[in-house]
Design a protein around this ligand. Structure first.
Ligand SMILES: NC(=O)c1ccc[n+]([C@@H]2O[C@H](COP(=O)([O-])OP(=O)(O)OC[C@H]3O[C@@H](n4cnc5c(N)ncnc54)[C@H](OP(=O)(O)O)[C@@H]3O)[C@@H](O)[C@H]2O)c1
Length: 305
């Protein structure tokens, strides 16, 4: 393995994406967390055990030897935060969730900033925009003139269940089939309850229904089904080329994933590519894939080419 000095990254904003970025970086050999930059209101917050030795600051200027910053702040705070960091000549990577015209306008604004401060910046380095944009573009390139359909669905096999909905006190319910370790099929029913409803009564009513009778059925009351659905997301990208002289091309990508984790993985890849980039803005479509592998580029090429 190469003995190059690890890239020192500041993680700015310690929410869902920031936390996973910090944890993945600390598990890697070629990257290290220079600092976690938080708002004053959160700076006293406790870090997970594995990250305790990392300095936490309220300002990037207080962190030492920062090679690049991963912006993990809310989309509407990205430009302002980027400005403050680029101004110090520190490259940034962000994954702001913008689409279409808004994303283009944002990329242009960031380009101006990055050029002005003679520093590279990577925008849209997440899942979508990000890796999924690359898949979309490749699908269209391979099957020109066709149509792309994108269907979003919940991850696991979560689906709505009308039976549970008929139980008094249940606002909404999702059901999943889960294989237990010993291979038995179990049903998990997640319920959002009206205030004052007894979860045990609900569980009994669901288990007694003919639909669930004789099955191993577990009932879990949750605060928000929407949040649960968000946790395990899925997407199907379906590209059908136009039928014609060259036959019919059909490309399908089915993905089930945790969006936060995939986004963090992309941000780390982007960080590895940064040292090779010129000042100005790049998005994932601009960056050669090999660069995202950093010091593992040769190995990855041998394996995946
Ligand atoms: N491209 C993709 O596929 C994708 C997927 C997921 C997320 N994202 C993007 O990633 C970013 C972070 O998402 P997330 O899910 O991690 O959000 P989050 O859980 O809400 O975390 C954002 C963090 O930013 C800090 N923060 C909050 N308000 C702020 C403000 N006004 N100014 C500066 N910092 C502020 C907070 O950290 P402290 O308390 O530590 O200050 C907060 O925990 C967003 O821009 C989101 O759009 C992109």
């Amino acid at each position: 393995m190469s003995s190059m000095k690890p890239l020192r990254l500041a993680v700015v904003g310690f929410g869902k994406v920031g936390r996973v970025c910090a944890e993945l970086i600390s598990l890697s050999h070629d990257l290290s967390v220079a600092a976690i930059v938080r708002r004053a209101a959160s700076v006293e917050g406790k870090l997970p055990e594995t990250l305790r030795s990392i300095p936490v600051t309220t300002h990037i200027g207080q962190a030492r030897d920062v090679d690049a910053a991963l912006l993990c702040v809310p989309t509407n705070a990205v430009e302002e935060t980027a400005e403050q960091i680029l101004r110090r000549g520190i490259p940034i990577i962000e994954c702001a969730k913008l689409q279409g015209a808004a994303l283009h306008a944002h990329k242009e604004a960031m380009h101006k900033l990055a050029i002005h401060h003679k520093t590279p910046a990577i925008v849209g380095a997440g899942w979508d925009p990000g890796a999924l944009s690359v898949f979309r573009s490749w699908f269209a390139l391979l099957a020109p003139g066709g149509i792309t359909e994108t269907r979003h669905h919940t991850g696991s096999s979560l689906r709505h269940t009308t039976m549970a909905l008929s139980v008094t006190g249940v606002k909404d319910a999702l059901c999943a089939e889960v294989r237990a370790v010993d291979g038995r099929l179990q049903r998990y029913v997640y319920v959002e309850l009206q205030e004052g409803t007894d979860p045990e009564m609900v569980a009994q009513a669901i288990r007694a229904d003919p639909l669930f009778l004789g099955e191993d059925t577990q009932v879990f009351p949750v605060e928000s089904l929407a949040a649960l659905e968000q946790e395990g997301r899925g997407v199907v990208l379906d590209r059908r080329g136009s039928p014609g002289r060259f036959g019919h091309q059909h490309l399908l990508l089915e993905a089930r994933f945790d969006e936060t984790v995939l986004t963090a993985q992309v941000m780390l890849g982007a960080a590895r590519a940064l040292p090779q980039l010129e000042p100005g803005v790049s998005c994932l479509l601009d960056i050669p894939l090999n660069l995202l592998w950093g010091e593992h580029a040769e190995q990855a090429e041998r394996r995946w080419l």
